[in-house]
Design a protein around this ligand. Structure first.
Ligand SMILES: Nc1ncnc2c1ncn2[C@@H]1O[C@H](COP(=O)(O)OP(=O)(O)OP(=O)(O)O)[C@@H](O)[C@H]1O
Ligand SMILES: [Mg+2]
Length: 497
């Protein structure tokens, strides 16, 4: 038996302009690609339908007959995973937006810079290979395990879950501490949901968000005329929450006078409305949270010691995400499942390289930051998985765009016998004709659209340019510095940074 030959990736160029087809084919076949051509949207669709699908399609937007956007929709409905790059000489916001909306991998402006076209093809095929490699990824745990809404199998989180289980049977006050975004409110809700008070309300009050002069009225209500603006009687959260659970979030920000009144609720189970004389019995369980150091505050006499002991009967310390980094894959999985369920994203997987970066980050904003990163990445991801290129720059760090996904082997693809309107172009070995370069303005449009959400532009661009220059000069720092217009020392300084 003969060795199976590795077929070069196939690229289908769909354009009604023969000259564009010719020059694009020459550029692409200067590499190991096999190029096919189609002279209309209809012919291109016929080719994709007949299969096997090309690895990549370059598709013109303005053509006689069916336009590119319409052809794109047809092609993607035949093969939802088909990679398509749209090309146009007339960039408008609308076409660019529509192109991406209907699932194009990228959108480029004519005339092309051959080097850019080749880089684009390479990146696209790379993403294609990465998406395949993600393959049939299986979630780490099944939907049932996620019912709780709190995810984590690290020992520290298992301990948290155990304590939650222990405090649900009684009405004991629980103090939940931890950095911002670690899930304090989530834990409070979980305690309530599992308690005998689950059928009664859960009310969260953010003590830091309500001005001191209003918080008492918010918590305990007020009588008509008790202060300017109190035009009628109003019930406070404690009365509204009768039989339920109150979550006093950021309790370290509560004024001393109010602290005294909370102590009274805890000791006697009673309140008084602001401006009222009547004592009202309330049956409310109190859960509290803070990211402040209450012990220090007690020492500094800014937090009442007696209240501190009353609240701190059971303490749950939420570990920062960096202390339970092994939970990241599960939390990511959970976020993606939720996003898909809420129809906010279609992406359900993450490539191994992207996941590796996610588990290397230190997550100062904890789970909230992770959720945010996953949301942003899922929205811009084009296939069915988040790849390194989709991650925000603070996570991606120095990993170059399109080069982060490991070294995938070249694609082995079967090529079809070309239908009438589609013919294979013989691989030309000459260097491509020097096409007119993409204007700087057009290139910047793309850069702006791509990087706008990833933070300040200049540092991102500088980093990418330096990486490019080094790669172009085989990591020769002297040459790269010259290309960049820097002294070698200045380049080295930036590299160190
Ligand atoms: N273990 C977890 N599993 C899944 N989602 C989580 C987990 N921990 C936190 N989250 C999510 O992260 C976000 C932040 O959680 P939460 O609001 O409970 O944090 P917090 O500690 O109260 O933060 P802050 O101190 O800023 O108020 C929420 O959207 C929550 O659903
Ligand atoms: Mg909170």
């Amino acid at each position: 038996m003969s060795e199976p030959s590795v077929k070069p990736p196939t690229i289908l160029v769909i354009d009604d302009d023969a000259e564009i087809r010719y020059s694009l084919s020459r550029v692409l076949s200067s590499r190991q690609y096999q190029v096919l051509e189609a002279a209309s949207g209809e012919a291109g669709i016929a080719h994709v339908k007949k299969g096997p699908p090309p690895d990549l399609v370059f598709l013109d937007v303005r053509m006689g007959g069916m336009g590119g956007i319409e052809a794109l929709q047809h092609i993607r409905s035949i093969n939802p995973k088909q990679l398509v790059v749209l090309m146009t000489a007339f960039g408008t916001a609308q076409t660019a937006i529509e192109a991406m909306k209907y699932g194009a991998f990228d959108y480029v402006m004519k005339p092309f810079d051959p080097a850019k076209v080749l880089a684009l093809a390479e990146n696209a095929l790379k993403a294609h290979a990465d998406l395949r490699a993600v393959g049939d990824y299986k979630p780490t745990i099944n939907a049932d395990d996620y019912r709780e809404g709190i995810v984590g199998s690290s020992p520290v989180m298992q301990d948290v879950f155990k304590v939650i289980g222990q405090v649900t049977a009684s009405d004991v006050t629980v103090m939940i501490t931890g950095e911002s975004g670690t899930g304090k409110e989530l834990v409070a809700r979980s305690i309530w949901k599992h308690s005998h008070r689950a059928a009664k309300p859960f009310i969260a009050v953010n003590c830091a968000a309500i001005p001191d002069n209003l918080i008492e009225s918010e918590l305990f209500g007020h009588e008509k005329g008790s202060f300017t603006g109190a035009t009628g009687q109003r019930l406070g959260k404690f009365e509204l929450c009768d039989g339920g659970t109150i979550f006093l979030d950021e309790i370290g920000d509560m004024a001393l006078a109010t602290q005294t009144k909370i102590l009274r609720v805890l000791q006697a189970g009673e309140i008084q409305r602001v401006g009222g004389t009547e004592t009202i019995k309330v049956d409310v369980r109190i859960l509290a949270a803070t990211n402040k150091d209450l012990e220090e505050m007690v020492k500094a006499k800014t937090f009442r010691e007696d209240l501190y002991y009353r609240l701190n009967v059971v303490r749950i310390r939420m570990p920062p995400l960096r202390e339970r980094i092994e939970d990241v894959p599960q939390i990511v999985d959970f976020c993606l499942q939720n996003l898909v369920k809420q129809k906010k994203a279609r992406v359900a997987k993450v490539s191994a390289e992207a996941m590796a970066l996610l588990t290397r980050h230190t997550w100062p904003g904890n789970v909230r930051e992770l959720e945010n990163v996953i949301y942003r990445s899922a929205v811009i991801a084009q296939g069915d998985a988040i790849l390194v290129k989709d991650l925000p720059v603070e996570i991606r760090g120095n990993v170059a765009l399109g080069a982060g996904e490991g070294s995938a082997p070249p694609l082995a693809v079967e090529t079809a016998t070309a239908p009438a309107a589609v013919h294979a172009v013989p691989a030309a070995q000459e260097t491509p004709p020097g096409g007119t370069a993409l204007t700087l303005e057009a290139a910047l449009d793309v850069v702006f659209a791509r990087l706008a959400d990833d933070g300040p532009l200049l540092p991102q661009i500088e980093k990418a340019l330096i990486a490019r220059a080094l790669a172009a000069d085989g990591n020769d720092e002297a040459k790269a510095a010259k290309r960049l217009g820097l002294t070698k020392a200045a380049l080295q300084k930036r590299l160190k940074e």
